[in-house]
Ligand binder design. Structure first.
Ligand code: PRP
Length: 537
């Protein structure tokens, strides 16, 4: 029978409904106790309006066409909707306006356990004040709500988007270049950032600083001091000073685990100053995201500063259903040549895995201290484990990362597992490039990109291995595959035609593990940095 469930749509049963309702009502009750007024924002919004707000992904918005032919979206964001309401309902008010809401947001989200097309979000927005004290009021409200909900192992990261924004204004490069750099910082794609900077005509101090930006987070005082050294003007300094004031107020609660993060980019495009995220338990997603967006209400004709946050109720519910804080660092390694060499090197660094041997059929190996676990997976699965938080870090070739984009940080080019992706054909054959070619490959996306750039559309035949057979049995004209030593091509009577790109292994990291297990992740990264990993044939 046909399955009529739509991927990413949710249903809840009995107890789950009560639990979700309880989390939601705790958020609203907390806010109302402090005098916040509850609003409910419209389900239907104007597509044009939301299209203009930076990185709200228009592709993943749920669009509808109304009877007049106008394109609408189901509410993809609460803050923009709240700003719109304020500037209409409270147009003439001079008072501070404090609003709270509990609304379904129709935007895609991913967590280790779920993929959803919508989630329930509770939050607050204050319109009318702009001071460090008010920033703290907002943050403290988020912490109070989490506390009343029963969340533990809270980590708060604060940053200020103005620090980066003011710095980028000092660079004499095109907006496109700035955008590219910001995206690479945002995705912590350090290897591509390095490559991009190599050819950029800017000062070497600027290059050094930009390379530092993705890692400019950690203990407050240390990070603050470092960031201060790179201030190029008073605006960057004011951004830092604002954070210092916030820190001083919040740290009156000495038990608060508070870090500074200046790598936060303005990814929703509406933040102007403070930006903060709260992590809890061993959840691999931030449960609270918020910040200051002083120009947002102005876009709707009412100049009022605004600060607020949203709590993802569904994430919290996942935490409620099952949480045990996990302090082990899980490393996903691609089974095969790279894992064998990596294991040797880990052992050289003093990590020993008593149950490991090259011929073992086991897939999980814990080290003798019980703090590091190796997970052996198929190479294309490495980023899947890391993205979903089943592994904190992973080692995988950039062929896999280029073929399918994943929400992971690429921290380092390990310069191991070096090879290339090339086109190849049967020896002594002539390829007729004037006809539409068929190409057998494990990499349909890379192959299509390559031939599309040459304006030569192809028929891709997707194979899962032994790609050389594609040409050998004359199923395809060409193959696109990995070439390392060239032995496989030679033994199968094939010859390399053209190199598409160079491949090497990359160290990738789960986005939240980089925060919540920062020390452990850093020590593994440093250990690998010091290694000359060589892959055996
Ligand atoms: C890869 C690749 C080639 C071979 C190239 O295959 O697909 O077949 O290695 O290496 P070489 O140039 O050193 O001969 P892999 O061993 O991963 O197995 P697969 O063909 O099943 O994917």
């Amino acid at each position: 029978m046909k399955n009529y469930f739509i991927n990413g749509s949710k249903y809840l049963v009995d107890q789950q409904i009560s639990e979700i309702n309880k989390i939601g009502s705790t958020i609203i009750d907390c806010a109302k106790e402090e005098g916040y007024i509850q609003i409910s924002t419209p389900y239907f919004e104007n597509y044009e309006l939301f299209k203009n707000y930076g990185k709200l992904n228009t592709l993943t918005m749920t669009k509808l066409i109304d009877k007049d032919g106008e394109v609408l979206v189901l509410r993809p964001d609460a803050t923009i909707a709240a700003a719109k309401i304020v500037s209409s309902v409270y147009k003439n008010s001079k008072e501070v306006i404090k609003l709270c809401y509990l609304d379904t947001i129709f935007r895609e989200y991913k967590s280790p356990k779920n993929y959803g097309r919508d989630f329930l979000q509770g939050g607050i927005e204050i319109f009318g004040l702009d001071s460090p004290e008010e920033d703290c009021e907002v943050i403290e409200m988020a912490l109070k709500m989490l506390n009343q909900i029963g969340m533990v192992n809270i980590q708060l990261d604060i940053g200020n988007v103005a620090y980066q924004e003011e710095y980028f204004k000092t660079l004499n490069i095109s907006e496109n270049c700035k955008c590219k750099i910001k995206n690479l910082i945002d995705s912590k794609n350090l290897s591509d950032l390095n490559e991009f900077l190599k050819v950029l005509d800017i000062d070497s101090t600027d290059k050094y600083f930009i390379k530092l930006l993705p890692n400019l987070f950690g203990e407050f005082d240390k990070t603050y001091k470092l960031a201060k050294n790179y201030c190029k003007n008073s605006l960057m300094e004011s951004a830092l000073n604002r954070l210092k004031s916030i820190y001083t107020i919040l740290k009156r609660d000495t038990s608060l685990n508070l870090k500074l993060d200046l790598s936060f980019t303005n990814n929703l495009n509406y933040y102007t100053d403070l930006i903060f995220k709260v992590y809890a338990g061993s959840l691999h997603v931030p449960v609270v995201s918020g910040g200051r967006c002083n120009n947002l209400a102005g876009d709707f004709g009412m100049q009022r500063p605004c600060c607020g946050f949203g709590i993802n109720v569904n994430f919290i519910h996942e935490f409620w259903e099952e949480d045990s804080y996990d302090s082990i660092v899980h490393i996903a390694l691609a089974k095969g040549r790279v894992h064998k060499e990596a294991m040797k090197q880990f052992e050289k660094c003093g990590l020993s895995f008593p149950e490991y041997s090259e011929n073992s059929r086991k897939l999980l190996f814990l080290d003798s201290t019980g703090t590091v676990e190796i997970i052996l997976v198929k190479s294309p699965d490495v980023p899947i484990y890391v993205e979903n938080g089943a592994a904190d870090i992973g080692i995988v070739g950039n062929d896999i990362l280029l073929e399918t984009p994943y929400e992971v940080y690429e921290l380092m080019n390990l310069n191991i597992g070096k090879c290339r992706i090339s086109t190849a054909k049967l020896k002594n054959t002539t390829i007729n490039y004037n006809k539409k070619l068929s190409v057998a490959t494990k990499y349909p996306s890379i192959a299509n990109d390559f031939f599309n750039k040459k304006e030569m559309p192809i028929n891709v035949i997707k194979l899962n291995g032994s790609v050389e057979l594609g040409s050998l049995v004359k199923m395809s004209d060409l193959i696109v595959d990995i070439v390392e030593t060239g032995e496989t091509l030679k033994e199968n009577n094939l010859v390399e035609e053209e190199k598409i790109l160079d491949i090497s292994s990359r160290l990738i990291c789960n986005k939240v593990a980089l925060k919540t297990k920062n020390q452990q992740v850093k020590s593994i990264v440093n250990m690998l940095k010091n290694l000359e990993l060589k892959v055996e044939d």
